[in-house]
Structure formats: C-alpha cells, structure tokens
Design a protein around this ligand. Structure first.
Ligand SMILES: CC(C)(COP(=O)(O)OP(=O)(O)OC[C@H]1O[C@@H](n2cnc3c(N)ncnc32)[C@H](O)[C@@H]1OP(=O)(O)O)[C@@H](O)C(=O)NCCC(=O)NCCS
Length: 143
C-alpha cells in the first residue's frame, strides 16, 4: 500500500465497515515497524487490502476488505495466503471478527482458522462481541 492508494482504500473501507478506519489510521501504519500493508490490484485499481501487525511470534490481521464488485473471487484468500507465505517466521495468525459477519467467518474457516474465544462487547458501535480466530502455522516445525 502506498499513500497514493489511500483514496481508493478509504472508499472500500467506508463501504465495508460500520466503524471505518480514517485516513490518519492508514497513514499511521506506514510508520509502524511492526505493520505490513498489502493491496490487491486489478487493471491498476485497488480492489482489496490487508493490514497485519507483527506481535512476537504472531501475526494479527487488523484490517481486511475487498471491493464489493470483486468479492467471492478469491481475493481475500489470496491476500491472506501471500501474507502467510511471505512471513514464515510466524507461529500463528489471529484476528477478531463479528459473529454477524458470516462471509468473513466462512472465509477464515475455509483457510484453517478456528474460533478460540470471545471478547465480550468488543465493538463499541453496537456492543457486539468479537470472535477470536486463530490459525497455527507449521512451516517452521513449531506447533
Ligand atoms: C469478508 C471478505 C473480506 C471476503 O473477501 P472475498 O475476497 O470475497 O473472499 P474470497 O472470495 O477469498 O472467499 C473465499 C471463501 O470464503 C467464503 N466466503 C467468502 N465470502 C462469502 C459469502 N459472502 N458467503 C459465503 N461464503 C463466503 C467462501 O467459502 C469462499 O470460497 P468460495 O467462493 O469458493 O465458496 C469480504 O466479503 C469483505 O471485504 N467484507 C467486508 C469487510 C469485512 O468484513 N472484512 C473482514 C473483517 S474481519
């Protein structure tokens, strides 16, 4: 992700979330050593993105969204696959997801994540819980 991608990223973000990240949130990511920002492009347009934070031996997917016209075409799957392939030091990858977000939960389950717990009233907008999902990685012989 580059600064010049942000107008397109923000349009997808606003169309995807009840509590969208602001431009300043994305800009902050560029200065964080522990953050990686991936984009998916088609015909020179941004069609999706993923933000991940490195935390000790874990990767935390902090944001992921795909342009509505490009959903169900394997883009999110490929972004997560690329993240995992490029970061073979990690033992696990985890994230929070709303119980009501069936599409995302199905995507993560299909990719081998399992639901490991609940963070109560995690989302301040509607007080919805978050489901904690984890995928253990096996490249490095751990776990
Ligand atoms: C969730 C989201 C990222 C999925 O992106 P995507 O590129 O459409 O997902 P993929 O095409 O890679 O889907 C892979 C698999 O996940 C499951 N899946 C994804 N979306 C689904 C849906 N709407 N209904 C049922 N299953 C779905 C399917 O098993 C799918 O495989 P299939 O199409 O072969 O059946 C996308 O819907 C999105 O941007 N939603 C809004 C933002 C969001 O919720 N982000 C995640 C926050 S935790």
């Amino acid at each position: 992700m580059k600064k010049s991608d942000l107008d397109q990223v923000l349009a997808i973000e606003k169309g995807s979330f009840l509590m969208p990240w602001l431009r300043s949130h994305f800009l902050n990511e560029f200065h964080r050593e522990y953050s990686v920002q991936l984009v998916a492009e088609a015909k020179h347009k941004i069609i999706g993105y993923l933000i991940c934070w490195f935390e000790a031996d874990a990767m935390h997917i902090a944001n992921l969204a795909i342009h509505p016209e490009w959903r169900r075409q394997g883009i999110a799957h490929r972004l997560i696959q690329k993240l995992i392939k490029d970061q073979q030091w990690a033992s696990l990858v985890w994230l929070e997801v709303r119980p009501s977000n069936y599409a995302a939960r199905l995507l993560y389950k299909k990719m081998g994540f399992s639901e490991k717990g609940i963070r109560e009233k995690y989302y301040v907008d509607e007080g919805e819980d978050a489901i904690l999902m984890v995928k253990w990685l096996h490249f490095n012989g751990k776990g």
